[in-house]
Design a binder for this molecule. Structure first.
Ligand code: C6P
Length: 424
């Protein structure tokens, strides 16, 4: 007897009810044990795992379609070019329906923000101008602005934090003035989990004529993002945190701004005409994509987005809200454990940083690893934030669509055992 194949609607319903067991089965990495235990992967804020569909797409591209793009006129080159441009259109939809010309493929969030710190920075920042960031920035959205301020003799200011790890919005208007040219902030903190009220900040920044740059590295994987609603002028994120390959990133920019900016990197593909004494630029987005990009990565990022959209970004956000609430409740039952950042799941994501008195976060991570549990420990590339929190490091458990309450339970059980092991 034949079993009726699952129709798409039924498969979708199954995913929508958030059957983590079925989602997990799509990720081959979970079919292994680590140190004799099932793998409990709680480090998705550093990089997400990849579903089989993405792994297969990478294999398929190199097996059947591999060629350079925008150059050759042969069949493979045309196939690769069309897939690459198709993926750009998919990303444009993923960001809430922007123009595909507003989507630049980069090598990651870091590359996107560095591009801006040179291209935008060189164009609009003069001595005495101000750049406003926040105290919770990852180094990727901090160091490029520190360096720009140094190059230009500009002033770097920062929005401070409240005691519970939110931005102190009462300080924003006082920090903005007619000299503020760039406001750069994270959509979601990789340490505190805080989701920032960008729209309010963007509105205040735009009133002063500043350009708003949003670091979406931690938000884009976990919730629907509509860059127009956010009123971000630029939005950067990395594919590897969104089920996609490493070495691929996205920089969205409003078209009129992209058109007015000079390129950051120069070379092949980004030109219109080259002479020894003069060069003219290709149209956007190609003006910002010098050289051969990570073709396979950009193309197969589309498969990652398809996978996520089949489940639904809203459903993923809802699942993570529930999981975060459960995790916070359970973690706080461990005596002495302290969580950094807001506890209200409606204003935070699923990256939870914590400390346990008298046990260094590195020791926490090593102990958990012995139980098959992967977390991150350290300063999380946010040293100024650590200083503001009065910590040298924290442990961080971060959740994604393939985690469920059993992962939280495993974490809490291992932490409880750890305390006994360290006699604390
Ligand atoms: N944070 C973490 O474990 P790249 O490395 O370019 O893909 O992303 C940089 C980056 C930028 N902004 C934020 C808010 C981030 O969290 C990250 C990456 C990882 O927290 C690795 S350091």
């Amino acid at each position: 007897m034949h079993t009726k194949p699952k129709n798409t609607d039924a498969a979708l319903m199954e995913k929508q009810s958030f059957d983590v067991t079925s989602i997990k089965a799509d990720f081959p990495i979970f079919a292994q044990e680590i140190n004799g235990h099932r793998l409990v992967y709680l480090d998705s804020a550093a990089s997400s795992q990849k579903p089989q569909a993405v792994i297969d797409a990478i294999d398929r591209f190199y097996s059947t379609d591999n060629a350079n793009i925008h150059r050759g006129l042969h069949a493979l080159a045309e196939r690769a070019t069309s897939a690459y441009e198709h993926s750009r259109t998919k990303v444009a939809k993923f960001l809430g329906g922007v123009n595909r010309e507003e989507v630049i493929f980069t090598s990651g969030t870091t590359a996107g923000i560095n591009l801006l710190s040179y291209s935008l920075g060189e164009q609009i920042i003069k001595a005495g101008d101000e750049i406003l960031i926040t105290e919770m920035e990852h180094h990727a959205n901090l160091v490029p602005w520190v360096m720009l301020a140094k190059r230009k003799n500009a002033v770097l200011k920062r929005i401070p934090l409240t005691r519970d790890g939110r931005l102190d919005l009462t300080k924003v208007n006082g920090l903005l003035n007619s000299r503020t040219k760039i406001v750069a902030l994270t959509h979601m903190s990789n340490v505190l989990g805080t989701i920032n009220p960008r729209t309010e900040i963007a509105e205040a920044a735009h009133k002063k004529g500043a350009v708003v740059v949003v670091d979406g590295a931690q938000a884009a994987p976990h919730m629907p993002v509509n860059v127009k609603e956010l009123d971000a002028d630029f939005y950067a994120f990395s594919a590897h945190k969104v089920l996609g390959p490493t070495g691929v990133g996205i920089l969205y920019g409003k078209r009129e701004l992209l058109e007015s900016l000079p390129p950051f990197m120069t070379g092949g593909e980004m030109i219109r005409e080259v002479n020894f004494d003069n060069v003219t630029w290709n149209e956007v987005p190609h003006k910002f994509e010098a050289g051969t990009p990570h073709i396979a990565g950009a193309i197969t990022f589309e498969t990652a987005i398809d996978y996520l959209e089949q489940i639904g970004m809203e459903n993923i956000r809802q699942h993570e809200i529930e999981l975060t609430e459960y995790a916070i409740e359970k973690l706080l039952q461990i005596e002495g454990l302290e969580i950094q950042g807001p506890l209200d799941s409606s204003i935070r994501g699923s990256a939870i940083s914590f400390t346990v008195p008298d046990i260094h976060p590195h020791d926490i991570s090593t102990f958990l690893d012995s139980k098959g549990i992967a977390i991150r420990a350290g300063h999380h590339c946010a040293q100024p934030l650590m200083r503001a929190l009065g910590k040298v490091a924290t442990a961080r458990a971060s959740f994604y669509l393939y985690n469920d309450e059993s992962d939280v339970d495993a974490l809490v059980e291992a932490l409880t055992e750890m305390k006994k092991y360290f006699r604390i």
